[in-house]
Ligand binder design. Structure first.
Ligand code: NAD
Length: 476
């Protein structure tokens, strides 16, 4: 059977081209679909259509925007199984985790629907200075207009949702360029959008080649680039973006500290999930574990036990907990970093073996700060363990990274929890949880090389709009 051809969504209509690109299932290696790659003319047309839609969106009342977003949430929910299977196939994500992602995306659109009704400006107390006495003033949030969103492969639905939902809720139009590895989920979202009754060009899904991004960067009609992906690509993009607003959600090598007084069983369970979920291909995956020496042995045994008990297999199998990485090259890279660490003196406690794109859940100890498994974003099911005696040293080690997305700290000592919160240079600090914790309305984003700006529906809505100030002197 030949793989189906998937058109792209432009100005509310599906369109195809001569240029086709394959989507291969990472688990079977099979070509599951071919998608039409938009030409530069198509991208140009999409921007024109988005500009028209942006004007319509800006004039659309809040209740209609909210209802449109609600319809999207309902449709995703109704088609949950279809979405989950597409994610499992194209991303190699185990079905149970894929269902979790779909549920979260329903939540993201639901939150956006609610935010759409109340998102507004603020009243300004102008009489704070004598010269403002008698005047009234307030701000309104003005949509930026056309936003261009670029998304990665690891959450093909919910990370697209984190751009589309706030963009629409704040009355913008958005063009999404999904990862070429996982465009099918974004195209399915395009289908759902067409039922929303929002302006036809308000969401366009263009799995364009990265070369098309240059055209977008030059186009004055595009006001903002919202990028989620690797730090390397993200920061280069920002350098080339001129006056455009650029939001960056990038990578990390998240630390988790387990203090001597922590609930060790609980911490080991949460950390294992956070380290090996979606084969570690999560930007807030627990990568650098820093554990107090007194409990290190017990914690390590529990973590290794959990790593070894993960059921490995086909992402479409209900019982699978660990499946393939996105491709063999990614698994080869992980394997080479692990081998390099072992050569440098690290001790392999479990895992380390690779079969094609499948890489076993791996735990390394005796690591030191110079190894790539510590300094870089490993983005694989690999966790490293270091020990500490002094809590302050553990915090310093956690900060010893050029990234700063989220950190986790397991401690029952309130003083240490607060010290951790004040000291850790990260966008978010999770106390008594692993760094991979995320709820979709919380502010989410990084410091240092992990990014600029915040997502989490309302926070993204703020970035996707500008305050415009009105001042009135009613007595003149
Ligand atoms: P990637 O940077 O390779 O690709 C991300 C997107 O950028 C894709 O759509 C890709 O086609 C596009 N792209 C690639 N080169 C480009 C270029 N030169 N110009 C413009 N666009 C370009 O990342 P990936 O491998 O798909 O995803 C993994 C990365 O994403 C990891 O670093 C991970 O930490 C990060 N990530 C971050 C978050 C977050 O919210 N902070 C969430 C998920 C993933």
């Amino acid at each position: 059977m030949t793989a189906p051809i998937k058109p792209f969504l432009i100005g509310g209509a599906w369109r195809t081209t001569e240029q086709l690109q394959e989507v291969r299932a990472p688990y079977t290696g099979e070509c599951v679909a071919r998608f039409a790659v938009p030409s530069t003319n198509d991208v140009e047309e999409a921007i024109a259509s988005a500009s028209v839609a942006a004007v319509e969106m800006r004039a659309t009342p809040r209740h209609k925007i909210a209802a449109g977003l609600r319809r999207i949430a309902d449709q995703i929910e109704a088609r949950c199984e279809e979405f989950a299977r597409v994610i499992a196939i194209e991303a190699g994500k185990p079905l149970t985790a894929a269902r979790g992602e779909v549920e979260r995306a329903v939540g993201t659109f639901t939150i956006a629907s609610e935010e759409a009704r109340r998102f507004a400006g603020e009243s300004i107390p102008l009489d704070a200075q004598a010269l403002g006495e008698g005047r009234v003033g307030w701000t309104e949030r003005i949509p930026r207009g056309v936003i261009f969103g670029i998304t990665p492969f690891n959450f093909p639905l919910n990370l697209v949702a984190h751009k589309v939902a706030p963009a629409l809720a704040s009355r913008n139009a958005i063009i999404i360029k999904p990862s070429p590895r996982t465009p099918l989920t974004a195209l399915l979202l395009g289908e759902v959008f067409l039922e929303s009754r929002l302006a036809a060009g308000a969401l366009q899904v263009l799995p364009a080649d990265v070369s098309a991004v240059d055209l977008v960067l030059r186009d004055e009609r595009v006001a903002m680039i919202s990028f989620t992906g690797s730090a390397e690509v993200g920061w280069r993009l920002r350098e080339r973006a001129g006056r455009k607003v650029v939001a960056l959600e990038l990578g990390g090598n998240a630390p988790v500290i387990i203090d001597e007084n922590a609930d060790v069983d609980y911490a080991a369970g949460r950390t294992a999930t956070a380290a090996f979920n979606h084969a570690g291909q999560v930007c807030i995956s627990a990568q650098r574990i820093i554990v107090h020496r007194q409990i290190a042995e017990r914690f390590t045994n529990l973590l290794v036990e959990r790593a070894q008990s993960l059921r490995i297999g086909d992402p479409l199998d209900e019982s699978t907990e660990l499946s393939v990485m996105i491709d063999e090259a990614a698994a080869v890279r992980a394997e080479s970093w692990v081998n390099e660490a072992i050569k440098g003196g690290a001790r392999l406690l479990c895992g380390g073996a690779r079969r094609g794109a499948l890489f076993e859940a791996t735990v390394l100890t005796n690591v030191h700060g110079e190894m790539r498994v510590c300094t870089e974003e490993v983005f694989a099911p690999v966790a490293t363990i270091q020990q500490f005696d002094d809590f302050g040293d553990a915090l310093a080690e956690a900060n010893n990274s050029r990234y700063g997305l989220q950190a986790g700290v397991f401690t029952h000592d309130l003083g240490r929890a607060m010290l951790a919160f004040r000291t850790l240079e990260f966008g978010g600090v999770m106390i008594n949880d692993a760094p991979a914790f995320r709820v979709d309305n919380m502010p989410y984003g990084g410091v240092k090389q992990s990014g600029a700006g915040r997502e989490g529906v309302r926070y993204a809505m703020e970035e996707m709009t500008e305050p415009r100030l009105l001042v009135i002197d009613p007595m003149r």
